[in-house]
Design a protein. Sequence first.
Length: 574
Amino acid sequence: MAPAGKKAKTAAPVPGGGLNKFFASKSADLAAPAAASATPAPTLPTAQQAPVATTAPPSAQAPAGLTDAQKERIEENKRKALERKLAKQNGTDQAVFHNDKQLPIKSPSPLKLAESKQLKRNSSEITPEKVALPEEERRVSSNAAPVADDKFRTFGKVPWMQYNSYYSVRLEKLRGAALAQARSLWSEEVPAHSFLPTITTASAASSSEVVITGITFKDMPSRDNVIQQYRDPKVATSCLPEDDIDKQPNLCSKADIVWLEDATFRMQLNLAAEEIAKLATGFVAAVRGTMTSDGKFDVKSISLVQGLALASVPDPAPLSGDAPGPYIALMSGLFIGAPDEDIQARTRAVDFLLGKSEDKNEQLLGKAVERVIVCGGVYWTESTKDAPTGLEAADSMFSQLAQEKTVDVMPGHRDPSNLSLPQMPLHPLLFRSASKCSQFKSVSNPYQCSLGDMLVLGHSGQPVRDLMRCTSIPTPMQALTTCLDACLLAPTAPDTLTTQPFANTDPFVVETMPQVLFSGGHEKTAYELRTPSGGGSGILCVCVPAFHKHPSLVLVNLRDPRDVRVHEFGSQAA
């Protein structure tokens, strides 16, 4: 849909489709209109008052049997009506020029001329005519660089744009890093001149081995037709297809084809079936191989950006004494108000975080938690068109925690926020008591925050689940680490993951490597420390379990992310 006030332009179709519609070069600016003629507009003559008839025609004479006063009143009304008619006819012959356009104006009724003469107001007191601004004077808010902790929250406040520059920005940001990673891997085997700047140059290259860089596009025939989905009348009257995202089947098939594209060309990659299954649309990759006679590219090796090679992750701060922590607690998928909710497990978790456990060791551990991040899935709703249940219970829980801890609450897939990523913070009116606490904060999804020297970054799980349904990646942890290698929080956005469009940026590009990368709402707990080859403590990747499926908290030491503890609250742990 084109922005309001502008007429949508349909680009000419590109053979093969793919991402070329996003990389299409921008058309040249329209030629400026010819200058207006210097001849001044003719002076408009003043409207002349037409003579007013005082005697009605015979056919319009008053009927007999009326008093003289009634006859005079009828004649007076007819005379006034004729005056108004003549004045209206004279007024339509007048015109003024406004913004080089001729506009008719209406003369006031002669009966109101006397009243209008008595109104003497300054021009500043009169409301000006509302006219649309010229195209060159319209102002649109820019995508200013957001503050680190409010990065994704700021992105939700920009005007709704189109997707046509989304992949161009992503490739611009990550092409250099992908090419640098490729040189570090293959520079001893591939000559420097064979690292080509664009895909077009590869098509003219010889049969020697070359390296090209671009964005992957995966053609999946088993993918549903989006237009057909939205033509279904049930969509407009009930709920969107995205409501069942967790139940959608895997989109991979043996007929899938992977292409590599940039702003100049697209090229089909000859890959093994298992390699095709690991890829999805949206990855910036460097590909090593040779051209074939039919214009395809035989791939020998493929490399992503490899985020660990970009960052120098600092070593953890030394621990002081025998005191535990401090810790950050990650939890998700509470689904407060669900029919099968384990309220006792949630109560035990709150008591643990408040340091009210019966066991002294648990008391010390709970008091060592300084911050709690709820990674989405706060409320339970049977459908997104229904109001969430458990509003009061959630507000009570967070108000208790916020009196002792810093609490950050993120929205999830079915929480009452916008569906497209980034999701904006849940409304403060949902937390009437908790929002009064200075330590409570409703935050965006994705979300990042700095805790001392540690940068924590993550989301509520939608990007990981969507990547898994577009690939053969078997576990959420492998999908999360693939996102880390690609320096992208959401590789499949905006292709298969519902996302807001942005004109000059891609908010899902990871430009600064975090010490902790998390994803919420999964079946079970998983964590893995990714250590760079150059040394350092590495990056901790955490898949946070959904509390209603696996009642537990994941505790991460803020001084040493290698110290991870999973605390259980299910019936077996009671």
